[in-house]
Write a protein that binds this ligand. Structure first.
Ligand code: BDR
Ligand code: CA
Length: 314
């Protein structure tokens, strides 16, 4: 058996972040979660770090290390998404306050230290929110960039364009300067954009399957998805809501159910209407070098079946 892949989950929970964390913590044979680093995004930092701890406790993994990182984007005021995720970020079922501690170390210092300590090329970064923590670590310690095995992130869009503005996806929009630094870093990047996640839609049958697990995790995931569905159903007229962030962890576990292209992706930082846009050269109409594997397709049925099955382990 091969050793579990070492990952750091950088996140702004968010119900879909929470499901991603649960999926990772349910997969210890495949993924070794070295730490969870919280960033401001869906809700402010005091809530995202708290939510990360709530999720670890729900998973029955209170020894997971959770770190608080950057409270604001590199160069702009924070934009949040309570309209989607509710006031707490984890609205839906009532959640108990966590008792496990928050680590004292700043998330950025943890990322830097971990990449320096672990063998080069063995740690994968999994950003599920704005890229502020990752970009700050790269700026502060450029020596770590070559040591990153890969970055697999949720963010951006091409055919689906934007969800927070007509042109931009939320995670990239909140901190485009950070995204620019990450996409220019030369690290092996895989992007799970809205083009993929808008096909990973909850349906009544899929939510019922979470519930049918008959566990606290199953009940909670069903209640979370029911909560944020209401917004997406209204907005897109779709049958359910996209489970964005779990696609990142699913890609690490089951790359066979995804397909994409190596292309150039540039980040718009000062557009009049397009700030935060991922300008993805899907048709390869420029000679700009490829800097990311941009995923476009997912086998959604396999994704939900495997996700539900994995969650049954918690
Ligand atoms: C992304 O934005 C957040 O609201 C979700 O958690 C996800 O990471 C989708 O645009
Ligand atoms: Ca997120």
């Amino acid at each position: 058996m091969t050793a579990a892949r070492k990952i750091i989950i950088d996140t702004d929970p968010g119900q879909d972040d929470a499901v991603a964390i649960l999926l990772a913590l349910a997969s210890p044979d495949d993924l070794d979660v070295l730490g969870i680093t919280a960033v401001a995004g869906n809700v402010p930092l005091p809530l995202t770090e708290k939510n990360a701890r709530i999720v670890c406790e729900l998973a029955g993994k209170p020894n997971t290390r959770v770190f608080a990182g950057c409270a604001a984007p590199l160069a702009r005021p924070l934009v949040t998404a309570e309209h989607v995720h509710g006031k707490t970020g984890l609205d839906g079922p009532p959640m108990v306050d966590p008792t496990m501690p928050l680590e004292d170390q700043h998330a950025v210092d943890f990322i830097i230290e971990t990449l320096r300590q672990e063998a080069s090329g063995t740690v994968t970064l999994c950003p599920l929110g704005p890229l502020t923590n990752i970009a700050t670590a790269f700026q502060r310690a450029p020596d770590i960039i070559d040591r990153v095995a890969a970055i697999v992130l949720m963010g951006g869009a091409y055919f689906e364009v934007g969800n927070i503005t007509p042109a931009a996806e939320f995670n990239i929009y909140v901190d485009p300067e950070a995204a620019k630094i990450v996409f220019a870093s030369g690290v092996d990047i895989t992007v799970l954009p809205l083009d993929v996640t808008h096909h990973a839609l909850t349906t009544q049958a899929r939510v019922d399957a979470f519930k049918a697990l008959g566990t606290q995790v199953g009940e909670t995931v069903a209640a979370w998805t029911n909560f944020f569905e209401r917004f997406d159903k209204e907005k897109y007229g779709s049958a359910g809501a996209p489970l964005h962030d779990p696609c990142v962890i699913a890609y690490l576990l089951w790359p066979d159910i995804f397909a994409g292209r190596h292309i150039n992706v540039e980040i718009e930082t000062d557009g009049t209407y397009t700030t935060g846009m991922t300008v993805a050269d899907w048709w390869r109409v420029t000679d700009r070098p490829a800097n990311a594997l941009f995923i476009k397709d997912i086998d959604a049925e396999a994704f939900f079946t495997r996700l539900t099955d994995r969650l049954s382990r918690l």
